[in-house]
Write a protein that binds this ligand. Sequence first.
Ligand code: ATP
Ligand code: MG
Length: 439
Amino acid sequence: MFLSKLFLPILKEVPSEAKIKSHQLMLRTGMIKQSSTGIYSWLPIGFKIMKKIEQIVREEQNKIGAQELLMPTIQSAEIWKESGRYDDYGEEMLRIKDRQNKEMLYGPTNEELITEIFRSSIKSYKSLPQLLYHIQWKFRDELRPRFGIMRCKEFYMKDAYSFDLNDLEAKKSYNKMFFAYLKTFKRLGLTAIPMAADTGPIGGDLSHEFIILADTGESKIYSDKRIFDIDISSYTNQDNSINELRKQYDNFYAVTDEKFNKESFEKKVNKENQIITKGIEVGHIFYFGDKYSKPLKCSVDLQGGKKVDVKMGSYGIGVSRLVGAIIESKFNNNIMKWPHSVSPFDIALIANIKKNDNQTYTKAKKIYDYLIKNNIDVVFDDTEENLSSKFKKFDLLGIPFQIILGSKSTEDKFEFKEIDGETKLLSLEEIKNHLNKIK
Ligand code: ATP
Ligand code: MG
């Protein structure tokens, strides 16, 4: 992509309504644009990053055997009345009527709808377990939308649902998701810690919030700092391995506000290991047994003909919130750096192009063509802006690698720079190999 062609409405000033770094940066670099309170358009760069996050989330769901489907954003009020949540959900739910005066709503979550799909299709215990998910827009009429896309009204969420025959099997599904979440966040360059959490209006008794530490986070957490050192890389998605991993995490105290108990915190965690701080909730998993299957009469036939209500769990990841959460955790000294896995481009090509200077342009264009031919997604700054403003712009954009066509480059070696790191002189082939290695 040529920078001169890119739809990149960079703002000169930090917008005054933005209170936190991620919101400021997303507006400044034209990733999003507010359309009305708590509702945003995603512009090309922001959208591209979110789609990359979505794809990683999807791949990790598929790896544990979850199957993707797509439910609509608009739901009928009927099933919510059946579950009893139509009244319970309160004003966060956006209620609408169609032209037949039928009560509809913009889905804030999908437990009811997925249960309705399941109960009308699955009749026998033989079809269990099932793990289904979709990635779809949600709407919650938040009382105080804030921090840009971190807490907004319309947001993009992955929500998965598990259906099992009994508690034991259901907890296996829960643990699989627990594992998939850890893998997902790691690939996004984040250390997200599962913290025992309250279940809120979703209900149930087993729940973890996945939280990344950030001063601007809205969740208060209490934990043992050793939990941050758990290395998940040697675990697999086999039940035994996942159980071991769960045990590792259960060894350490880590809870959110609502679950905090001063006495047990002080008893279980030495003073020097205690962390009391704030974090951003990027995912939330619940096990709630038959809370929905019972009122919605979602049962399967057992071998002898007896019916049993299926045991369910639900599992959310805030795909759009993650865009902001990654910025909050990576922004440092006014420099942004996207993890390579979700960066809007693999590399930026920066050359000092002056008016009527065909030579530099031609040289840069050759590099550009080589990278494109090798499937490296490069953005070429082909504008005639001066170098220092180009560098400032790329510090904001946060593409992790740069090729700088400056005074130090030779005929076949170029300055290759990691955005917050050192510069090396490398050939194009070496650059290609380096990028392919970390892909
Ligand atoms: P919160 O406590 O932040 O309101 P929640 O417990 O209501 O979150 P869930 O219902 O568990 O959220 O939704 C799953 C995920 O969706 C959350 O972990 C979060 O990442 C994301 N999410 C929830 N509400 C919003 C929102 N208003 N804006 C953006 N993302 C959200
Ligand atoms: Mg909420």
